[in-house]
Design a protein around this ligand. Structure first.
Ligand SMILES: NC(=O)c1ccc[n+]([C@@H]2O[C@H](COP(=O)([O-])OP(=O)(O)OC[C@H]3O[C@@H](n4cnc5c(N)ncnc54)[C@H](O)[C@@H]3O)[C@@H](O)[C@H]2O)c1
Length: 334
C-alpha cells in the first residue's frame, strides 16, 4: 500500500483509522488543520508506527501541494470536513467552502500527482427523510440540510471524476458512529459535542449537566427517535476493506455502514445507565426540526461485496466511550 494519506486524522474517526493503519504496519501521512482535531491525539498515535503529520488546510492549495511532496502516497482516506448539521443550517457558506471546495482542492492535488484512489466519508444524511427503512443504497439521495448537501455533491463530483479522469472512489455512508478504541488509546473528542452517547455520559460524569432528550412523541416503539449505532472499530474495518477493494478491483462504489439494528434514544440512555450503574439526570424537551423518526441502514451490500460485517455490540461501544470520557477528564481537564 506504500503510504496512505489520511485527511482529518486528528479527529474522532480519522484517529481510529490512523491507529489501525499503523498497527497494520502501514505508513501514514496525516493532513489536518486541527480546527476540530487535537494535536494530543497525534502525539499519542505517533507511538504506534510510522506517522508523519502535515499541518495544513484543504482550502489552501499550497498546503495540499506540500503534503503530496511527501511522495509515494498510493491512496487517500478523506475524513476532513465540518459535520454539524445545525451549524451547517446557520452558516452554509462555512460548509460549502470547507467540505466541497476543500475536497475539490484535494482531488486536484491528487490528480496532479496521479494518485487515483480515495475512500470518502459520506453520511446517511445524504438520504434525507427516508421513504422506507432499513435504507439501502438504492434509496433516493435527497439531503435536507447543507451538511448533507455537501456530502451528496462530493459523491456526484467523485462519479464525474471517475468518468473523466479514472479516479476511483469508495464512498462510505456512515450511520451513527459510536464508541472508542478498545484499549482507550483514542476516542470521541468534540467541542461542543453533539452526539448522543458522549453527551449522555458527560451528564453522568458531571452532576451539574442534564441530558436533554428531544422528542418523545415519534411513531416509534417508545416515542423517541431510533438510530443505527455502528461501532467505531467496525467502521474502520470497513475502511480497510474498502481500500483493499479499490487496490484489487480498481472500481468506484458506495456502501452503507450500519448494523441494520435500530435503538431508540431511551434504550441507549438506559444502556448507558446500566453500563455505569448510575441514574443520569434527564430533561424531556420538544422535538427538534429535521430529526427523522427512524434511520436504520441496510448493510447487505457492504457484507456481500466488501466481505464486511458489524461485530461489536452497542454495549461495547458505550463501555469504551465511558472509559474514554473518564480518560479525557483525567488527562486533559485537570
Ligand atoms: N461522527 C459521525 O457519527 C459521522 C457520521 C457520518 C459521517 N461522518 C463524517 O466522518 C468524517 C469524520 O468525522 P469526525 O466525527 O471524526 O469529525 P471530527 O471533527 O472529529 O474530525 C474532522 C477532522 O478534520 C479536520 N479538518 C476539518 N476541516 C479541515 C480542513 N479544511 N483542512 C484540514 N483538516 C480539516 C479537523 O481538524 C478534524 O481533525 C467527517 O467527514 C464527517 O462528516 C461522521
Amino acid at each position: 500500500m506504500n503510504k496512505i494519506l489520511v485527511t482529518g486524522g486528528a479527529g474522532y474517526i480519522g484517529s481510529h483509522c490512523v491507529l489501525r493503519l499503523l498497527k497494520d504496519g502501514v505508513k501514514v501521512v496525516v493532513f489536518d488543520n486541527l480546527s476540530t482535531g487535537h494535536i494530543e491525539t497525534l502525539d499519542t498515535l505517533k507511538k504506534y508506527g510510522d506517522l508523519i503529520f502535515v499541518k495544513g488546510d484543504l482550502q489552501n492549495k499550497e498546503d495540499l501541494k506540500n503534503v503530496f511532496k511527501e511522495g509515494d502516497i498510493s491512496a487517500v482516506i478523506h475524513f476532513a470536513a465540518f459535520s454539524q448539521v445545525g451549524e451547517s443550517v446557520k452558516d452554509p457558506q462555512k460548509y460549502y467552502f470547507n467540505n466541497v471546495y476543500g475536497t475539490l482542492n484535494l482531488l486536484e492535488a491528487m490528480l496532479q500527482k496521479n494518485v487515483k484512489r480515495i475512500v470518502f466519508s459520506s453520511t446517511a444524511a445524504t438520504y434525507g427523510e427516508p421513504n422506507y427503512v432499513p435504507i439501502d443504497e438504492n434509496h433516493v439521495q435527497n439531503p435536507v440540510n447543507p451538511y448533507g448537501n455537501t456530502k451528496f455533491f462530493i459523491e456526484k463530483i467523485l462519479d464525474d471524476y471517475d468518468k473523466a479522469y479514472g479516479l476511483k472512489s469508495i464512498r462510505l455512508r456512515y450511520f451513527n458512529v459510536a464508541g472508542a478504541s478498545s484499549e482507550g488509546v483514542v476516542g470521541e473528542w468534540h467541542e461542543p459535542e453533539t452526539h448522543l452517547i458522549p453527551n449522555v455520559l458527560k451528564s453522568a460524569l458531571d452532576e451539574s449537566k442534564v441530558f436533554k432528550l428531544f422528542g418523545s412523541d415519534y411513531d416509534t416503539k417508545d416515542g423517541t427517535c431510533v438510530r443505527d449505532y455502528i461501532n467505531i472499530e467496525d467502521l474502520i474495518d470497513a475502511h480497510i476493506k474498502a481500500l483493499n477493494y479499490i487496490f484489487e478491483n480498481n472500481k468506484t462504489d458506495y456502501f452503507n455502514l450500519g448494523t441494520k439494528t435500530g435503538n431508540s434514544i431511551k434504550e441507549v440512555f438506559s444502556l448507558c445507565e446500566k453500563a455505569i450503574d448510575k441514574k443520569i439526570n434527564i430533561e424531556m424537551c420538544p422535538r427538534r426540526d429535521g430529526d427523522p423518526a427512524i434511520l436504520v441502514a441496510d448493510n447487505g451490500k457492504a457484507k456481500e461485496i466488501l466481505g464486511w460485517n458489524s461485530e461489536k455490540s452497542l454495549e461495547h461501544s458505550i463501555k469504551t466511550a465511558y472509559e474514554w470520557e473518564n480518560n479525557l477528564l483525567r488527562k486533559f481537564k485537570t
